[in-house]
Design a protein around this ligand. Sequence first.
Ligand SMILES: NC(=O)c1ccc[n+]([C@@H]2O[C@H](COP(=O)([O-])OP(=O)(O)OC[C@H]3O[C@@H](n4cnc5c(N)ncnc54)[C@H](OP(=O)(O)O)[C@@H]3O)[C@@H](O)[C@H]2O)c1
Length: 270
Amino acid sequence: MATNDLAGRTFLVTGATSGIGLAAVHGLTARGAEVIGASRSGAKGDATSGLALDLSDPASIRRAVTDFAASHARLDGLINAAGAVYWKPATTAFGVDRTWAVNYLGHVLLTRELWPLLEAAPRARVATVAGNPRFLRSLTCDPAALTTTPRDGLRASGEAMAARVIWTHTLARKKRDSRVTVLAFHPGLVRSNLVSSEAPLFWRLLGGAMNSWASSTCEIATTAAVDPALDDESGRLIDPALKVHHFAQLEDAALGERLWTETERLLARG
Ligand SMILES: NC(=O)c1ccc[n+]([C@@H]2O[C@H](COP(=O)([O-])OP(=O)(O)OC[C@H]3O[C@@H](n4cnc5c(N)ncnc54)[C@H](OP(=O)(O)O)[C@@H]3O)[C@@H](O)[C@H]2O)c1
């Protein structure tokens, strides 16, 4: 239902042209928020305005943050919803595999560069898309995978999903005195363009079938970005039923530190 309770608040959504990002744009604008939709083309689409951002390229990310800050003094929430599965591996300007770059490293750099603006807001959020808790429970991620190329796209996508959950938990731990709440969310099954035309036939058929069952909305993306009931759940994964999940293997502090150190080392290069 459309309301105006987010009027005066500003959100940046990555992946705003499709899937979860597009659903988040719809959810936030329906409640009166100003929403800046980021995508490679920078098209405004259904958002209030558009921002050109290529998450595989650190220079593009820094440029996007400069452009954003030039026109916005306020940021109440960052929704990291973009994602890609590249079936043909390639190395990016980050020096890592491109599925890893778009799904993990690019979002980490974007969040880091926007952090001062988020800190300045009264009570900001970082909400990052993850995946189904049943799947995540069996996943882990060796930080060495970040620099092991070439990488199979599907495998890298699962690794990067686990990395987003580990990073969310570690960021919350490191910033525990901050007013910014950082959450990961399971989006449910949302209509998607993730299975591109370069995917093998089996995956294209499966993707088409899943899209016929999937929803075009993703209420949890908006809830994770704004619901005050989640203020004290920083570092956790929230599912569409608002259940908060814990993953012992992904919340291991030593693993979090190793991923953090490797991430910082890679970001320092570019
Ligand atoms: N859909 C689901 O049900 C579901 C479930 C669980 C997890 N997920 C995860 O959610 C993430 C997004 O999935 P989705 O279904 O929303 O995919 P999607 O429909 O393919 O949308 C992907 C979005 O990411 C953007 N994007 C792709 N490459 C980019 C890049 N290099 N730089 C900046 N933006 C880029 C695309 O924008 P442009 O192409 O316009 O740049 C597009 O808006 C993935 O990591 C996926 O694993 C999805």
